[in-house]
Design a protein around this ligand. Structure first.
Ligand code: ATP
Length: 699
């Protein structure tokens, strides 16, 4: 009873708006809102991005240039004041210890002259600047040395993500007040058995030491606990979703039909790679069982995922069901439609295409036929999600590039059938542990082999000085009958961003450098019909050079195109460059990727080196994560999962593995999380996933 009252009280405190805190008026409140902070709970879980170590007090001769350091010294001069301009004061002071001396200066803080007296000892903290023979520190914070030592200033101080208008001191004070309001009453959400088994400290200790750590050891323990908890809840959420999808609903049990499948496979224009065979075998087992299939197929660019999707779709059709293939762009939908129509020719399968750019009449006709069951395989874009698209008997949903659709859209499409099987294809190779967290609700298959005869794409990072030589090379390749892509980061020229635009490049080369060649332009702002026409021309070989934006990034398959030129490649992520590069090297001919790069600095150079050195998408995505961090890696992609507040998917892989093991154990023992111990986990997960993921029916 007592505990319940305490819990209710703390819940009330957590929900209190920040304006009740000392020092937060209307203006500051709005600034905090910009950081997504509205109530006490938001402040308590607003984690620092870094810490300043003011505990480590150095000698003056140990102070490093450009570093924030603390040192103790004796005031060895009076404060001198300069007024270089009206309304502008600089106060200076010399401080020394037995190893040397340093000049401290403050801008526009005239009261400084009343603070320090020669002979007194102080501790200072601030950024050090070493110039020739002198050392300086500007606007340091300070505290009298002696009895007060370590009381106010000397500790590990949190640094929060901030906006320009909110100072660190204001945020720190707000967090401190919020922590005081909460006291040590935060409710423990992890059961004692988990805390004990994984040696996790208690939650109030964790919050206190993540904001204001007593020592780095305490900080480490606190962070470990909070990262563990975040990843653990995420895993529990995903595992429960998977359990709900696979156990509670009975899936379709598709027929074996091995002979007819074999006949289809024999009729393919090539023999399957071992990897394709293995992955299809996993899909086949799922489809023939009465569980709902939820499988992710990961394959590097050009590894042949389309044909695997075709096999699964054919299998559904053989059992009398319909299949849907949803892809992110019209270009890709059109291309898949052509490929599938060819593959199914002579097999009595009716394939149709439904995209936003079809006329109302065409759409009506397609939807009518679909409802009657006259179409067996429907390929399309988001248009497939519209309410009016009704299937007769949808048995299999295949989505390509799932993280562009998100979990929610996948669920919308699934609802158009009676618990259809789901296959998700992704061309972004994601390190396995990361795939587990992002797709924890899916089983994973990997196509880890490319079709035979593929030569690695030769990749060169160059600067503008090489442009003429590259253009000569392009001309030579076009003369040999090959086709070229030139990709730009922008559609139109922009005043803010200095990067090449597709419009400008297409215009320049069509009028000057390649005026004797057939140059086309395609970008996302064009009408779908125009895009289709240009792509169609390129596919048929009626264009030599295609200038484009990243609309061609995913899936476009023109084996005769053998040179990929990327302008301003410093503006693309490595995984994206790998996707773009994957548009060439899709046939037997040797292929090339030229990366024009204006990026300076060590990271930019390293990124280009990675691209030159390897063609392996998994290696590249690891490197991408390492160099850019997961925030950006997943940044723009909506994967439908709750945001991570503290865990870093790249750095915290080890904790992820442990948290996952813990989650699997709990869900296996108590799938509905109904034991007394686990009920808190259930509540916490529900809160975190609410509104984010449909289908968590046990909650
Ligand atoms: N087993 C195979 N043997 C030879 N060629 C193959 C094989 N499987 C697929 N291909 C061919 O390889 C090319 C790439 O296949 P596909 O378009 O399916 O790649 P993908 O995995 O979808 O790649 P991306 O993600 O880049 O679109 C196609 O031209 C396809 O016909």
């Amino acid at each position: 009873m007592e505990e319940n009252t305490r819990n209710n009280n703390i819940k009330e405190v957590m929900k209190k708006t920040i304006k009740y805190l000392k020092g937060i008026g209307e203006v500051r409140e709005k600034l905090f809102h910009r950081l997504g902070i509205y109530n006490i709970e938001d402040l308590v879980s607003y984690f620092p991005r870094d810490y300043e170590d003011r505990n480590n007090i150095k000698k003056i001769n140990e102070l490093q240039d450009d570093e924030k350091c603390a040192f103790e010294g004796q005031i060895s001069s009076r404060v001198t004041e300069h007024r270089p301009k009206r309304g502008f004061t600089i106060s200076k002071l010399v401080i020394k210890d037995e190893t040397g001396s340093i000049t401290a200066s403050w801008f526009n803080q005239p009261y400084i002259k009343n603070v320090f007296k020669p002979g007194e000892k102080y501790i200072f903290f601030g950024k050090i600047a070493r110039k020739f023979n002198s050392i300086e520190i500007q606007n340091p914070i300070y505290e009298k040395a002696g009895e007060d030592k370590f009381k106010n200033m000397c500790r590990i101080v949190p640094v929060y993500p901030s906006t320009m208008d909110l100072s660190q001191n204001v945020i720190r004070a707000a967090v401190r007040s919020a922590m005081d309001a909460v006291g040590s009453n935060v409710e423990e959400s992890l059961p004692p058995s988990i805390k004990e088994k994984y040696k996790l400290p208690e939650i109030n200790y964790a919050y206190s030491n993540i904001h204001f750590p007593i020592s780095f050891e305490d900080f480490k323990n606190a962070r470990y606990r909070l990262v563990f908890e975040e990843l653990f809840f995420m895993q529990i959420g995903l595992l429960s979703l998977k359990a709900t999808l696979t156990n509670e609903h009975k899936g379709i049990k598709f027929n074996k039909d091995d002979d007819r499948m074999d006949a289809f496979i024999k009729a393919l224009p090539f023999s399957l790679t071992c990897a394709q065979e293995n992955v299809f075998c996993e899909i086949k087992n799922d489809m023939e069982s009465n569980k709902v299939m939820n499988r992710l197929v990961q394959g590097d660019v050009g590894s042949g995922k389309t044909v695997v999707a075709a096999l699964a779709l054919y299998k559904a059709v053989l059992s009398g069901y319909q299949g849907a293939l949803m892809v992110p762009t019209e270009i890709l939908a059109g291309q898949h439609y052509i490929t599938m129509s060819k593959l199914f020719k002579g097999f009595g399968v009716n394939v149709a295409l439904l995209t936003g750019s079809k006329t109302a009449k065409e759409k009506r006709e397609t939807i009518g036929k679909l409802k009657k069951g006259e179409i067996q395989i429907l390929i399309g874009t988001h248009a497939l999600l519209e309410d009016k698209v009704e299937f007769n008997s949808l048995g299999l949903v295949v989505t390509d590039e799932q993280h562009r659709f998100g979990v929610r859209q996948r669920a919308v499409l699934s609802k158009k059938g009676n618990d259809p099987d789901v296959l998700v294809m992704t061309a972004t190779p994601i390190p396995r542990t990361l795939a587990l967290i992002l797709y924890g609700d899916l089983d994973i298959s990997i196509i880890n082999e490319l079709p035979p005869g593929r030569k690695p794409i030769k990749t060169y990072a160059v600067d503008n000085g090489m442009r003429q030589r590259i253009y000569d090379f392009i001309r030579k390749k076009v003369k040999e009958g090959r086709q070229i892509y030139m990709v730009c980061p922008l559609v139109e020229e922009s005043e803010e961003i200095s990067a090449r635009s597709a419009n400008e490049l297409a215009g320049t080369i069509a009028e000057n450098d390649f005026k004797d060649m057939r140059v086309g332009l395609v970008h996302g702002k064009m009408k779908p019909k125009d895009k289709e026409a240009i792509m169609g021309d390129f596919v048929k070989g009626n264009l030599d050079i295609l200038v484009s934006t990243t609309v061609i990034e995913v899936g476009v398959n023109v084996p005769n195109a053998t040179v990929m030129v990327v302008e301003n490649s410093e503006r693309f992520g490595l995984s994206q460059l790998h996707q773009l590069r994957g548009r060439v090297g899709r046939g037997e001919e040797e292929s090339f990727c030229i990366l024009f790069n204006e990026g300076k600095g060590a990271v930019a150079k390293e990124r280009m080196k990675v691209m030159e050195k390897t063609n392996d998408g998994f290696v590249i995505s690891e490197k991408d994560l390492e160099l850019r961090g997961p925030g950006e890696f997943f940044g723009t992609r909506q994967h439908g999962l709750p945001e991570l507040k503290i865990a870093n998917l790249y750095k915290d892989m080890e904790i992820l593995k442990i948290a996952q093991e813990a989650a699997i154990n709990i869900i296996t023992e108590d799938p509905k999380l109904s034991s007394d111990e686990n009920i808190r986990i259930k509540m916490a997960v529900k809160e975190k996933f609410e509104g984010k993921i449909e289908g968590l029916s046990f909650l």
